[in-house]
Write a protein that binds this ligand. Structure first.
Ligand code: PHE
Length: 457
């Protein structure tokens, strides 16, 4: 069922900013730094860059071409391109993955609102490292506050989604993405000019390969998929709103480059500042909530106005980045319900919002009341993160490469990548080769490696 009355992004810039808006998010500013910190710094970053180049970009092009050629939500896309086959389950798996990610992502997104409030009302002043730690733990464990912020964040997402593709998604990205970039640059300059920042810069640039093990590879691959919004049909859904003139390869390259630059710059905001006040880089998910406010206070202790502005800007940045990403995850499920079940867009959006709030409640409570409920030693929140980023997204990416590389009619792939022959794409053969062999084999090897099977052999 190919519909011609589908919504569309209005401009080339809109396409890039909306897709980059999806990619740039908490993954870059919250998750990337703590994964880098946990996995030892520069060596992790190098492996991460390899994953972006070898897995990320080709899979992104594959998602783009599946979405644009099928003109449908991600589940409908596989139904259109592979009618009557089980491939539709890949689309459905993507919808489920996006839904689960949104469930815990919205909790962290909610925290950013609390921290904007704290920053604006001077709530960070006078606290020391211990003070910030207990403040965060108390806040996260509180049953109500984080939950209310999470709900508020979901409502903000809902508000943009119901306004539609061009007026909601595209317009909001066009405002937020440039603002985000400016804030990132200001923060980097401040951070690297702090006394003692060199240690942090070294941590980011000098690889220590002795820390590299199976886990580092899985972490880097999961982070690449997560950060580029790949493996769940998010960019596939967005691509269904691209025009026939959009150059898919170039768009993928722009999104990949923007996303990577923001992640690395986030590292340059966080580590120089953290090292400058002697804070350990491996604090985990709470890094930007416990460590950073402390860093701002200490680093600018002589200049309270700077500490104030730095904190407010940082959390506003985090909230904006999160919003453009929650919007894109929401759109995957909304488009699915809207098109597959013939619901109005409003109704579909309402179901998604309520469903995510429901999941979000459990993820939020897993920092307090439900902390004791663990599986494989992980809380509900950690489990959602582990299962989605480190398993479901790479598995999705594996099947997306196989689908495009082996199953899909080569004429469709060629027509989409070259816009029916009107574009010269010198890397066309390379893209196909990676999708057929390199991407699926690397993903499989990383999983096998993680399971420790190589060691057994
Ligand atoms: N890429 C987003 C980020 O880095 C997260 C995301 C994952 C968004 C999957 C959409 C789909 O924060």
């Amino acid at each position: 069922m190919v519909k011609n009355d589908r919504a569309n992004f209005g401009s080339k810039l809109g396409v890039i900013l909306a897709s980059a808006g999806s990619a740039v998010g908490l993954g870059n500013i919250w998750r990337f730094p703590y994964e880098t910190g946990n996995h030892g710094g520069a060596a992790f970053i190098l492996i991460y860059l390899g994953c972006v180049l070898i897995l990320g970009l080709p899979v992104m092009i594959a998602e783009f071409l599946i979405g644009r050629s099928s003109q449908a939500n991600t589940a409908g896309a596989y139904r259109n391109l592979a009618p009557g086959t089980h491939w539709r389950w890949i689309g459905r798996l993507g919808v489920l993955t996006g839904f689960l990610i949104l469930g815990y992502y919205s909790v962290v997104a909610g925290w950013t609102l609390e921290y904007i409030g704290e920053a604006v009302t001077n709530g960070f002043v006078g606290k020391d490292a211990e003070g910030f730690k207990s403040a965060f733990n108390q806040f996260a464990a509180n049953p109500w506050r984080p939950m209310l912020w999470m709900i508020l964040f979901m409502l903000a997402t809902h508000f943009v989604i119901v306004r539609g593709v061009e007026k909601g998604i595209e317009r909001s990205s066009k405002i937020m993405m440039p603002a985000l970039f400016i804030i990132v640059l200001i923060l980097v300059v401040c951070s690297v000019s702090l006394p003692g920042a060199e240690a942090g810069i070294e941590f980011l640039l000098k690889p220590d390969f002795s820390k590299v093990d199976a886990n580092v590879f899985l972490g880097a691959m999961g982070q690449a998929f997560f950060s580029l919004s790949l493996g769940m049909g998010c960019l596939c859904t967005y691509a269904s709103y691209f025009s026939k003139q959009t150059n898919l390869t170039r768009t993928a390259l722009s999104v990949g480059v923007i996303d990577t630059i923001v992640a690395i710059l986030a590292g340059f905001i966080i580590f120089p500042a953290a090292f400058s006040v002697g804070i350990s880089p491996d604090a985990g998910p709470s890094l930007v909530f416990i460590t950073l406010p402390n860093v701002f206070q200490q680093a600018f202790s002589g200049i309270p106005l700077l500490a104030y502005l730095f904190s407010v800007m940082f959390y506003v940045l985090l909230a904006m980045a999160a919003l453009t990403s929650t919007i894109s995850m929401h759109e995957v499920s909304t488009a699915y319900l809207h098109e597959e079940f013939n619901l109005s867009r409003k109704k579909a959006a309402r179901i998604v919002t309520l469903g995510c709030i429901f999941l979000g409640i459990f993820c939020s409570l897993s920092w307090g009341a439900l902390k004791g409920y663990t599986l494989f030693g992980m809380t509900i929140f950690d489990l959602f993160d582990y299962v989605t980023a480190k398993i479901m997204l790479p598995v999705g990416g594996f099947f997306i490469s196989i689908f495009t590389g082996w199953y899909l009619d080569r004429k469709i792939v060629w027509a989409e990548i070259t816009n029916n022959g009107s574009l010269r794409v010198p890397v066309y053969k390379l893209i196909i080769f990676i999708l057929r062999f390199i991407a699926p084999i690397s993903i499989a090897l990383i999983f096998i490696n993680e399971l420790g099977l190589f060691k057994l052999l």
